[in-house]
Design a protein around this ligand. Structure first.
Ligand code: TYD
Length: 133
């Protein structure tokens, strides 16, 4: 299972740092939605779903968190702790996010609008779905 983690170009000078993200250039899809999680309570695990037709880039723009990716055959854990790192999450990939630092802001760039019907929230259903596809 291949993990795609981007190191975005950092524009730094004596004022500080800046990262710019452009769709189809730094990000491999059209960005239709951006959302972010913050004030995540200690010990909380989020996610627990896969998408049938949605790609994402996860960026922990502040603080840190861990992401478990599971394609139904293999699982991998990726730590996000730099504001210039982006984790690519393709469709048909189960994800869980946890170990959020108190100050963590996890931003998600998504290739589609929010469509509840695109979610697979049951793990057994996910395993069945990836076997069939
Ligand atoms: P949820 O899917 O539970 O988040 P996570 O994947 O981190 O567990 O979403 C939390 C709430 O936010 C839920 O009521 C749905 C809503 N929501 C939107 O309205 N739009 C969105 O783009 C997302 C991701 C969630």
């Amino acid at each position: 299972m291949q993990i795609i983690k981007y190191a975005f170009q950092q524009h730094g000078d004596d004022r500080g740092m800046l990262v710019a993200l452009e769709e189809f250039d730094d990000i491999p899809f059209e960005i239709k939605r951006v959302y972010y999680m913050y004030d995540t309570k200690e010990g909380v695990h989020r996610g627990f779903h896969a998408h049938k037709n949605l790609e994402q880039i996860l960026i922990c723009i502040y603080g840190s968190c861990d992401v478990l990716l599971d394609n139904g055959k293999q699982k991998k854990i990726v730590s996000l702790e730099k504001p210039y790192e982006g984790l690519y999450v393709p469709n048909n990939m189960w994800r869980e996010m946890y170990n959020f630092s108190q100050d963590a802001v996890l931003m998600v760039l998504a290739s589609e609008h929010y469509v509840e019907a695109d979610y697979i929230r049951d793990y057994d259903e996910f395993l069945k779905f990836v076997k069939e596809t």
